[in-house]
Design a protein around this ligand. Structure first.
Ligand code: BGC
Length: 768
């Protein structure tokens, strides 16, 4: 039987691009850092990367991006004087495995050289218990006696896209610990790597060569004997709360790990992962392909979830490298946040704290992006301060090499509303208003303030309009009355009013303090008016189609295939000034359909179907965010076959590493956590039909024919449930640790689930 808790491959070579893709598929992460799925002996040419969360740097006028640390996991072996690497062509066998529980990467390679074989086995993890720590077990075994040398230590040859970021890199040895430290070029933040090993064979010498600080262990290996050592490395930066000075904190950390030993470190790591899976796993019986792909997606999200207390968020390419400047986009709130909110609310809190932390950056952006903007205009590409990393010329033209003017930064204003919506969802589904008091309400009010300053009051129509924006479909820029953006802006006003009402009732003193702090009292009446009078394009009374923006329906008809056939360069960008899609109805990704999905209770299934039918054939799905939005809506109106196809496409994007690596001249090779979140949403919210609000949880199952049982957990108002769906029944189990009786509506039947109870409700399956 196939193991659905791991992936493995025997492939190891290929060109730079396949090494890069494999590095994404097999990556490890622990929220603090990512370690690409590369092999011990690899270097920057093979895209080794230890990417750190929340620390960024800029070199000259190049793009700001996250810092990659020196590689404390480096090890290279030589057999009778010949250096071994899988790329050297002496490989008799190779297998590498990524296990999901716990997150461990393993490789076993047999090298065959001059009638001898040498086997390397290594196994590594980034501790889920101690975020700064990486741990490796490394073994060597020869079938005949041989002279073996292991070089292990810290490799300072760093794979950077726009580096070098670490200046004055200096190595030293402090007792048994190897240390490397450097300073980021922009803010002089220290990044430090400490490494120690335990060794009970060979003689160790020290070597500093080719920007590596290494231990050289040489010995005569006996035939058939396994030689094992363990390696502990820690990465720390000035951002960390690990105690000062950070150097002694790092040294202490690795020495402590060494004292505990590999087995104990692994046990602690395993225990943390067991807790994560207990809360977040989804089980699908009857469909191994879907099970593996979905579990892998969940695994990716769990690995990159921010460390508790960090107030970091998840970049659009997770921690798989420096792609997309390591920036946080709307992807987090709209595609990843729902997974955490429904399964692991503590992580949802962290994601929201990041937006609270970066509120000042959003305020600065409103002021500088002007004219006359006020409040919080969140960055399209956000880094640690919330200032926008997105440039006005954000895509390179592959024909001329020149940068193309894009308006992602200045016109994709829906980002502020996406943040406000996520904050409010958190409050609705958890009932916990502490985030609002911690700064969440301030964020919401500042977002509303921004939209009020952005909106235009059209006197002749007596309504506010949101003009000159980009919706999720980035191929059509500077458009008026984009349905998605206007809806999100309107909702922000509604939420701002509701947040004020909540504070007025429950925390009047906090409301007074907030109103005073941000000087907002007179504007509250404006927000009430805008919530009523902001125009959102409505479904056409005859066709049900919502026009994506003013004039969209008059654009030229074209199919995606026609446009693709006209492309002169494979990486050509279809949007921006001259892009092929600009004069046509071809859209990059779900836009109106994304809106229908986000506000699903406000539109009928008929409207959803009409828009889905209209827009899907005109959608390029040029973003990994698109397919799941169409799958979710299709599941709702009953096209389960389509929903399933797009679910799988979304769930497998990282597993199969089939994605564009360049857009224009911009390198894009990284993983896709938004699609991972989209896969979870399609499964649980789509096929499971889960819809929760502040009053109750609704479950309207629409199970795929193949799925015999479908089980998942839901967190709701501080409690949790286990839900099991079969073809005709839903069983809800409420653990004894729950404190409330919850109302759950299963396929229209009201159910009350008391703590410790398990209720089964029969339903009639949807025909498909
Ligand atoms: C998509 C955006 C997305 C970004 C990061 C772009 O290709 O169009 O919607 O936020 O990628 O994933």
């Amino acid at each position: 039987m196939k193991n659905l808790w791991e992936i493995s491959t025997t492939e190891f070579a290929g060109g730079k691009e396949s090494l890069m893709r494999r590095g994404n598929v097999y990556q490890l992460a622990n929220g603090y850092m990512g370690y690409r799925g590369t092999l011990d002996e690899f270097g920057p040419d093979e895209s080794v990367g230890i990417t750190l969360a929340g620390i960024f740097d800029r070199v000259g006028s190049a793009w700001r991006e996250p810092v990659n640390a020196p590689n404390g996991g480096f090890t290279r072996v030589s057999l009778d004087g010949t250096d071994l690497s899988v790329l050297s062509g002496k490989v008799a066998q190779h297998r590498q495995t990524l296990s999901f529980s716990p997150a461990v990467f393993e490789r076993e390679t047999v090298f065959s050289l001059r009638a001898k074989t040498l086997t390397i086995r290594s196994s590594r993890f980034l501790s889920a218990d101690t975020p700064n720590l990486g741990v490796i077990e490394f073994s060597v075994y020869c079938d005949k006696a041989a002279n073996v040398t292991i070089r292990t230590g810290i490799d300072c040859n760093i794979w950077d896209l726009n580096g070098p970021h670490l200046l004055q890199l200096a190595a030293e040895k402090q007792g048994e610990v190897l240390l490397v430290q450097g300073l980021t070029s922009e803010n002089s933040k220290r990044v430090l790597v400490a490494e120690v090993i335990d060794l009970n064979f060979g003689v160790e010498a020290h070597e500093s060569k080719d920007d590596r600080t290494l231990r050289v262990i040489s010995w005569r290996a006996e035939a058939g004997k396994i030689y094992t050592f363990h390696k502990y490395f820690a990465v720390v930066t000035d951002n960390d709360l690990v105690g000062k000075p950070i150097q002694s904190a790092a040294v202490k950390m690795v020495l402590r790990a060494k004292a505990l030993g590999y087995a104990v470190c692994l046990k602690k790591h395993r225990a943390e992962w067991a807790k994560k899976w207990e809360r977040c796993d989804v089980e699908i019986e009857g469909d191994d392909e879907a099970q593996l792909a979905l579990r892998y997606s969940i695994f990716q999200l769990l690995m990159v979830a921010p460390v508790a207390g960090s107030a970091n968020s998840i970049p659009a390419r997770a921690l798989s490298g420096q792609v997309y400047k390591g920036a946080i986009f709307w992807d987090t709130e709209m595609f990843m946040f729902p997974f955490f909110l429904h399964t692991y609310p503590e992580k949802a809190v962290e994601l929201m704290r990041y937006r609270i932390k970066t509120l000042d950056g959003a305020r600065r952006k409103a002021q500088t992006e002007g004219p006359g903007y006020r409040g919080a205009f969140y960055a399209w590409e956000s880094q640690e301060t919330g200032d926008d990393a997105c440039t006005y010329f954000n895509i390179g033209d592959p024909f001329t090499g020149r940068d193309l003017r894009t308006h992602f930064r200045d016109k994709q204003v829906h980002i502020s509303g996406d943040v406000a919506i996520a904050l409010w969802e958190y409050f609705k589904l958890t009932g916990d208003d502490s985030l609002l008091l911690e700064g969440g309400a301030e964020v919401i009010l500042e977002c509303a303030r921004f939209y009020y300053s952005y909106a235009y009051f059209k006197k002749e129509k007596g309504r506010y309009e949101i003009l000159d924006v980009i919706g999720p479909d980035e191929y059509h820029e500077c458009v008026n009355n984009n349905a998605f953006t206007s809806m999100v802006a309107k909702e922000t006003f509604v939420i701002a009013n509701a947040a004020v009402e909540h504070l007025r009732k429950k925390h009047p003193a906090a409301l007074r303090a907030l109103v005073k702090k941000i000087g907002i009292s007179r504007e509250l009446a404006d927000f009430r008016e805008a919530a009523r009078l902001l125009y959102v394009p409505a479904p056409d009374p005859k066709t049900g189609v919502i026009e994506q923006f003013d004039g969209y329906l008059k654009l030229r008809e074209a199919t995606v295939e026609e446009l693709k056939a006209k492309m002169v360069h494979p990486n050509e960008y279809l949007g921006a000034g001259q892009g092929l899609a600009v004069p046509t109805k071809v859209i990059k990704q779900a836009d109106v359909v994304m809106m229908l999905n986000l506000f699903k209770t406000r539109y009928s299934a008929k409207i959803k179907q009409a828009n889905w039918k209209y827009y899907e054939p005109r959608t390029e799905h040029g973003s990994s965010l698109s397919a799941c939005a169409y799958a979710l809506v299709a599941a709702e109106f009953g096209d389960l076959e389509f929903a399933y196809k797009y679910f799988l496409k979304t769930a497998k994007i990282d597993l199969e590493a089939k994605y564009k690596v360049y857009v224009g001249t911009v390198f894009m090779g990284g993983s896709h956590p938004a699609a991972n979140g989209g896969a979870w949403m399609t499964a649980v919210l789509g096929f499971g039909g889960v819809q929760a609000d502040e009053k109750r949880v609704v479950i309207n199952p629409r199970l795929c024919a193949k799925w015999k049982t479908f089980q998942f957990n839901l967190a709701y108002k501080g409690d949790g449930f286990r839900i099991k769906i079969t073809e005709n029944s839903v069983t809800i189990t409420s653990p004894t640790t729950n404190v409330r009786r919850h109302k759950i509506l299963v396929a229209g039947s009201k159910t009350v689930c008391a703590p410790g109870a398990s209720v089964t409700v029969k339903y009639r399956p949807t025909k498909h």
